[in-house]
Ligand binder design. Sequence first.
Ligand SMILES: [Zn+2]
Length: 165
Amino acid sequence: MAFEVQQGQIDNNLLITLVGDIDEEAVFPALTNLSGDVYVDLKAVSSINSIGIRAWIMWFTEMPSAQLNFINCPKAVVMQMNMVEGFLPQGSQVKSLQVPFYCENCDEEKDIIFHVGKEILIQGGQVQLKYNKDSICGDGCEPELDVNESKYFRFLLNGGQSQAA
Ligand SMILES: [Zn+2]
């Protein structure tokens, strides 16, 4: 899917929505004068490769005055947050991310948006998940987390993420 950067507003703050594949074809527009709270919605990012990662890091480095808040981060992006040093810009916050579940009963994968500070709590240097299984699938279903919990949420415990209070 072709890469696109859309701009909008959320609660009187700038909202940047990234769409598609972040790869060698992706062109990031110059947005160097940003300051204050900026929200970056990633739900429509379909993939990111190593060249895209470099472009991503350079782009966000060019907006040091922006307080970046990442929302709706898909699994492809969460993986990079965990693996790539410096992928999350300094001082940025991840507000919400997709959490993959699998329900054997329905034979279905479901990506559920969890919010840091709501379903994802950081307590005593550990990530605690607080959610109602019934809200993920049907009655009598036992949807299981489809990722390794200690690995998937590890980036939230690194210094980059200021406390999600
Ligand atoms: Zn189910």
